[in-house]
Structures are given as C-alpha cells and as structure tokens.
Write a protein that binds this ligand. Structure first.
Ligand code: ZN
Length: 415
C-alpha cells in the first residue's frame, strides 16, 4: 500500500466511453435566437495565494560561511539562474538528523561517501546534531571527528535535541517520560530505548519541558556542540519533530531564529509504522497537524505567537518514504515553477538519519554499553542519493535546482 503518496500521487483513470452523440439537428429548423448575455455583477474572488516566493537579494559572498575552523572556505556558486540572472527554480535543502544514538563506521562511511559526491556537485547540507554525543561520557574529539567525516565546507551545523538523559542532566533538567513505551522513566532505570553508550532518552519527547527548561537544554546543547569544535547556527529541529508553543518560545528564548521541526504527522507514519507508538501521546505533533502540509512553504510563526521562522520538514525524512516518493515530490515542485515568474522559487526539503543511513543497530537496555540486541538493514540514505543522481543525470532538472542550507533558505524565503 502506498498510502504515503497521498499528496503527490497521480491515480491513473481509465477513460470511460464517450457520451453518445445526440440526434443531429434538423437542417432546416431555424436556429433559435441567442439569448442576450445577462450582465452579472463581477464576482469578488479572494486573491489566490501564490505558492511562490520572490527571490530576494542575497547576502554578499561567502554564501556558506566556513563551519570548519582551520579549513579553507570554498564559495559555492549558488545558481540564481543562468549566469547569475534570476529565473524560476526549486530551492532544495537537505538535512541529516544525528540523533545521538551511535556513530558506527558502517553508517558514517556511507555519509562520508555522500559528502564526497556533494562536494563534487556543490550540494551543501544542514546537519542537525544532537549534542548527547558530547554529554554521554565518550571521547568528545573522537565523536566530533566521526560526525565531521560526513560534512563538507559550507555545510551548516544546527541543534537537534532528543531528551537523552546525559544531556538533560547537564542542562539541569529531569527526564520525565518516554513516548515509545508510554511509561514514565523518572527513575532513569527503565529505558525503553538504549544506545551504544547506555544512555537513554532518545524516545523522551521534549514537549514535556517548560519554556525555561527548553531554553536551558538548548543553551547547554549549543555549548556542547561548540565545545566539540562546531560553529553552530541559529537553526533548530526538535527530536521526532515534537513541538508546542511553549517549546518554540523556549527555542526562541535560547537565541534560535528558525525552526525546522514542522512536519505533516502523516508523513512520519508510512513505511515502518514506528510512530504508531505516538498514538500513546498524539499531542507532540498536534501543532503541526494543523499548520503543515507536504506543500508548506517557509513562513513566519508569528500568527501562533512565536517569533520564529518555520522551514518545514514537509516531506519528513527518507526513513519514511521511498525513492519514487522523493522523486515524485520533485516532479510536483518542477510543475509548480513551470509557469512561474523568472525570479520565483518554491521550497523543497529532504533528509535522512545518519543512524539509519545503512543499518540501525538496537542495543540491549540495562546491559553493558554496546550490547547488541539486533542489526536491522535500513539503507535510507541510498534512496536520497538515488533521487539526487536521477536529477543530476538530467540536465533539464538539475539546471532548475538550487541547493542551499536551511539557514540560507530562510534568507531567501522569510528574511
Ligand atoms: Zn532526531
């Protein structure tokens, strides 16, 4: 069942029989006088909302600031049309959600390979990194180096927060619950989901915390990432996309200016059903259910009382979709710009999880760190790579795409 194609799916419809032609008019019958056209008042229609956003003047070069101190800063040519002239294009952002689960060579190697391809073709990416890699007691430099293997100069490093115990402890916040199990884990002793480092809390939705606690967690997260040597942007994505107003206010109070957590909840369901566990607590995505569709464009969250820019994760991540689904979304976007003004663009986002890029390793809770429960083949990154290669192979498609990081996309769409 491909229910996840609900948005982009074109259902082929067999043409029915043609309506039988009626009796031919008698040739000598006089034609009736045409009735005078009634003069109707001109209907006042609401102005259709354009899906397009005009390209705005860009910041001066370098478009992509160097996020790797000590390395050179190549400046990518972000194509604003042929030879610098504006033209309609699809603005694509790619992201990786480093969840704090583990950093195995198998996955990191695949991401490194992808990074080489991205560098070759000038495709930057935003890395949403959970700082628990640097709070879990492991070697900070070693873990940072593993993550850096998947990055190229010009990539963005942003904050991604799952409620891992070690991170919350460092932020001075207590861990409260688990939405995978639906059970409280106040005592830190009943992990529903462990990682390689015997930390717990991947499944702890941070919607449980107050605005002040969220601010503390994000401030601590930023400090941990900076301590690991990363230049951190002011973009944010919450673990499992959970959000409510208080959380977003906390995000804003912690100095972030854009959120990239908005997701249509249905897009997280299709392939593996993992998120059926969220039925236990449907609340964390309720905000998005009313605000984000697979076609949503970057917008300001002011109407809900939060002064943040929202860059939707509107096609979820590769984990929950197929390569055909990803390519279908691009067809939608290309269709959108087909008749657009020359200086217009439409936004599209794709992403994946490093921890499921090739395989997901499950660890045994309450066992020595790293005790393996199961290895599950995933190969989600391959779907995104496959789609990118399809587009690269087509000059017609590739020429209509511009790849930017999330923080640069906000400058284009909602500065
Ligand atoms: Zn995550």
């Amino acid at each position: 069942m491909c229910t996840f194609f609900y948005d982009g799916l074109v259902i082929p419809v067999e043409p029915g029989p043609l309506p039988s032609p009626g009796p031919k008019p008698w040739p000598f019958e006089p034609r009736p006088e045409p009735l005078p056209k009634p003069i109707l008042p001109k209907p006042i229609l609401p102005k259709p909302k354009s899906p397009f956003i005009r390209l705005r003047p860009r910041r001066p070069a370098p478009m992509f600031p160097d996020r790797f101190p000590g390395k050179s800063t190549p400046i990518y040519d972000v194509r604003v049309g042929h030879k610098g002239k504006p033209r309609a294009c699809v603005t694509v952002t790619l992201s990786a959600d480093w969840d704090g689960h583990d950093l195995r060579d198998e996955n990191v190697g695949a991401i490194e390979h992808f990074a080489a391809w991205r560098q070759q073709h000038g495709v930057p990416m935003t890395h949403f990194v959970c700082p628990s890699y640097f709070s879990n007691g492991q070697n900070v430099a070693q873990n940072a180096n593993q993550i850096r293997r998947g990055m190229i100069p010009g990539d963005e490093v942003a904050i991604h927060v799952h409620g891992w115990r070690s991170l919350l402890q460092q932020a001075g916040v207590l861990q409260v619950a688990s939405f995978w199990s639906g059970s409280p884990v106040n005592n830190y002793q009943t992990p529903a989901y462990a990682n390689a480092w015997a930390d717990i809390g991947h499944d702890n939705p941070i919607t449980h915390y107050t605005r002040q606690e969220i601010t503390q967690i994000i401030n601590r997260s930023r400090a941990l990432l900076q301590g690991a040597g990363f230049n951190v942007s002011s973009s944010f994505r919450s673990g499992a996309w959970v959000a409510h107003r208080e959380l977003l206010r906390g995000v804003r109070n912690a100095g972030c200016i854009l959120d990239a957590s908005g997701v249509p909840p249905a897009m997280t369901e299709p392939l593996n059903g993992l998120f059926t566990a969220m039925a236990l607590n449907p609340h964390p995505l309720a905000l998005w259910a009313n605000n984000i569709t697979p076609n949503s464009q970057p917008h300001v969250l002011n109407p809900i009382g939060v002064n943040l820019r929202e860059l939707p994760c509107h096609y979820s991540l590769a984990d929950y979709n197929t390569q055909q689904g990803i390519e279908g979304r691009m067809q939608w976007a290309l269709g959108q710009i087909q008749h657009a003004q020359l200086d217009q663009t439409v936004y599209l986002h794709f992403g994946f999880h490093p921890e499921t890029a090739v395989t997901l390793r499950l660890y045994q809770p309450n066992q020595p760190a790293g005790t393996v429960l199961a290895n599950i083949p995933m190969n989600h990154l391959a779907k995104l790579e496959g789609a990118l290669q399809t587009w690269r192979a087509s000059g017609a498609i590739w020429g209509q795409l511009q790849f930017v990081t999330v923080e640069d996309a906000v400058q284009i769409f909602v500065p």
